[in-house]
Design a protein around this ligand. Structure first.
Ligand code: C5P
Length: 242
């Protein structure tokens, strides 16, 4: 079933990778009225913090807080409780932290669930910048990237989390292994002709949606465009016709 423009917008998470609130605010003004999910990562959160997240919630945006927690279980439990209290809609941890750490994240969420509706919690499998060579030679994990992603995805599902961050190339295999309702959030999206930057396992927006990705994270193809609104509109157009 083709997506409406509104549905397509709701499946895009705009990566607000900016050094301060004012720069992010300028992009929000350019994109105003388009109901995308907004993703706050470490660059903006470390600079602008909870106040900026609260301002996004006041504007009615759904917020993905992309802090990729990876620490001992007790610390992640506390971190998960804190971000749950902030009222974010989705946040993430690294699956590489292991089962006890991911279960602790869910305990942290449950302990702070003041809104009656808990945030979705997903785990990073392998960063989309990780190539086969980096996985094997630098990180020291043998086998293919897809094997590593699937092993982490299954562990994540067993710990009761809601889904994973993965490359769009891994969506089909993750859904087969963990079930259709297990969420896939996919960075590494590059419209045809866009610069790769540091991403290595990429797909176009239309290809990603056809693979069944639930949400696609898009940063520089929008934020780095001469006209970010036009760049987003053209991605929406591509998705509506995918
Ligand atoms: O600019 P670009 O489209 O590459 O932005 C991708 C965004 O997704 C960045 O904010 C990056 O931190 C994030 N991300 C990623 N790979 C992951 C998890 C998050 O690229 N595995």
């Amino acid at each position: 079933m083709p997506l409406t423009r509104e549905e397509a917008a709701g499946r895009i998470m705009v990566a607000l990778d900016y050094p301060d609130a004012a720069s992010a605010q300028r992009l929000l003004e350019e994109l105003s009225g388009i109901p995308c999910y907004m993703k706050v990562g470490m660059q903006l959160f470390y600079a602008a913090g909870p106040a900026f997240v609260a301002s996004l919630k006041e504007k009615g945006y759904s917020v993905f807080l992309d802090l990729k927690m990876h620490d001992i279980p007790n610390t992640v439990k506390g971190g998960a409780a804190s971000v749950t209290r902030l009222g974010v809609d989705l946040f993430n941890v690294h699956a590489a932290g292991g089962a006890a750490m991911m279960e602790a994240a869910m305990e942290g969420v449950a302990s702070a669930n003041v809104y009656g509706r808990r945030p979705l919690v997903i785990a990073v499998t392998q960063l989309t910048s990780t190539s086969q060579n980096v996985l094997n030679e630098e990180i020291g994990i043998a086998g293919s990237v897809e094997d590593a992603v699937l092993r982490y995805a299954k562990l994540t599902a067993a710990c009761g989390l809601d889904g994973v961050v993965a490359s769009p190339q891994e969506v089909t295999a993750v859904k087969e292994a963990c079930g259709h309702s297990f969420l896939t959030v996919t960075p590494g999206i590059r419209p045809a002709g866009a610069a790769l930057g540091d991403q290595s396992r990429i797909m176009t927006p239309a290809q990603a949606i056809t693979q069944g990705t639930d949400y696609m994270v898009i940063g520089r193809p929008i934020t780095g465009a001469a006209d970010p609104r036009a760049a987003l509109e053209s991605i929406l157009e591509e998705l509506v016709h995918a």
